[in-house]
Design a protein around this ligand. Structure first.
Ligand SMILES: Cc1ncc(COP(=O)(O)O)c(C=O)c1O
Length: 432
């Protein structure tokens, strides 16, 4: 792995030797041909759940077929080698070791397991971002009640990303009796194209002796990740979004050196061995954060999705996602009545926007229902977008003057023609 790396800049976006090419039109066509959903929908909801490519679908259904035919435990035994391989694939995705990976139900479970394993003491300070995801912030609030931690929200800089200089200052002065314990941020927030300067955040956390927990739910599969370059101790993500895997599976990375510093909040007979009436021994690896029962079809689907992403190359994927995001943003901004909400120095594939006179939910519905409309678009594929609501990121929505906006999130397998078709549909709706 190490030998394969060609470098990682301040952004923490590492590249590998195998990942220096770009995605050609033929690559995009091939990916579309392997994604039957492309024929049915114009899918711009990759930040919700991406369309799965055929190898992912086949990994899932293949395993289910074996469970159906020979029994769930027997199918797992048969697939044991491939299940182990999923840890290797995830490790390659992150530049980690397989023993640093746990496969769990989703990103929220991964985040909570990691966060609540930190032995907080009263006065410990958790630093986070304005753009933070609701469920993560709810965990901070819970720990404030339960463990007496303090929460500090680091302001954004003038470009709209976390102000790293302000973070440095806050880390240096955590307040009377306070200890800078953790920096926890969403790498790419749920509601916008912002990509936080994660490597600089990680470096600041490390300088001040704080742990760094990165929520990579929206960045995994969208851009290259390298835990060493990012300086993160803990990272969580999910299968179904930019990784194009199935629903109901996610993963956690735990840096091996901090494993014994953490206290998994739940342990079962997979996470630990019951060694005597008064004793137990934790597993030596990150799988101490898992529990015994798992959806192995989904696990194998996740592994297939990660392999598929690595085959296309994350650097090449990121270049194309960024370009499609920029095309979407520029096209929307040029439509009268449209406001684009994204802020940040680096913007990725997620685009948040509003159209004057339209409630976000109604607009989303109209884009999805357009095939039924007698306006010349009859027979067109539904356009899938989603809606971001203030309650999923209240600090970021504050002062924006809207309670919700539409989220369009292209992926590399979307074509330029699809983006333009989407822009045409929005323009038609904006004129109404
Ligand atoms: C930034 C971010 N973090 C965490 C999550 C939660 O992911 P999951 O639903 O897999 O738990 C989401 C879901 O949208 C998200 O956008």
């Amino acid at each position: 792995m190490e030998a394969n790396r060609t470098g990682a800049g301040l952004t923490g976006l590492a590249t590998t030797a195998a990942d220096t090419r770009s995605l050609t039109a033929a690559d995009v066509e091939a990916a579309r041909a392997e994604t039957p959903g492309c024929a049915t929908v114009l899918h711009l909801n990759n930040a919700g759940a991406a369309l799965m490519p055929r190898p992912v679908y086949e990994a899932i259904t293949g395993h289910l077929a074996r469970e159906y035919a020979i029994g769930g435990y027997e199918a797992k035994e048969e697939a044991q080698g491939r299940i182990e391989g999923v840890y290797g694939s995830l490790a390659r995705l992150l530049g980690a070791a397989p023993r640093e990976i746990a496969v769990v139900e989703n990103a929220t479970v991964a985040f909570d397991l990691a966060f609540h394993a930190i032995p907080f003491a009263p006065g410990d300070v958790v630093f986070t971002s304005v753009a933070e995801y609701a469920s993560n912030y709810l965990a901070y609030l819970r720990a404030r009640e339960a463990a007496g931690i303090a929460i500090r929200v680091v302001p954004d800089d003038e470009r709209g990303q976390l102000d790293v200089a302000a973070l440095e200052r806050l880390l240096a002065e955590p307040g009377p009796g306070g200890r800078a314990r953790l920096v926890a941020v969403s790498h790419v927030p749920t509601q916008s194209g912002l990509v936080q300067p994660a490597a600089a955040i990680g470096a600041a956390a490390r300088r001040h002796g704080a742990l760094f927990l990165l929520d990579a739910t929206q960045s995994a599969g969208q851009l290259p990740l390298d835990v060493a370059a990012l300086g993160c101790d803990l990272l969580c993500s999910t299968g179904r979004k930019y990784l194009r895997g199935p629903r109901g599976v996610g993963f956690l990375y735990v840096r091996e050196a901090i494993l014994d510093e953490l206290r998994p909040p739940f342990i079962d007979l997979h996470a630990a061995t019951w060694t005597g009436p008064e004793s137990y021994e934790l597993r030596p690896d990150a799988r101490r954060f898992e529990n015994w029962e798992a959806n192995y079809a989904a696990t194998l689907g996740l592994g297939a999705a990660v392999d598929y992403a690595l085959d296309r190359g994350l650097e090449a994927t990121w270049a194309r996602v960024r370009a499609l995001g920029a095309r979407t943003r520029a096209g929307l901004a040029a439509i009268p009545g449209v406001t684009v909400h994204d802020r940040g120095a680096t913007l990725g594939g997620i685009v948040g926007f509003s159209v004057a006179g339209w409630e976000a939910e109604a607009l989303r519905g109209a884009l999805r229902a357009r095939r039924d409309r007698p306006d010349g678009t009859a027979g067109a594929r539904p356009i899938n977008c989603s809606v971001s609501v203030a309650s999923s990121a209240i600090l970021d929505f504050a002062g924006r003057g809207v309670e919700s906006w539409v989220r369009a999130s292209p992926h590399y397998y979307n074509s330029e023609a699809e983006i333009d078709e989407f822009l045409g549909a929005v323009a038609a709706l904006a004129r109404r």
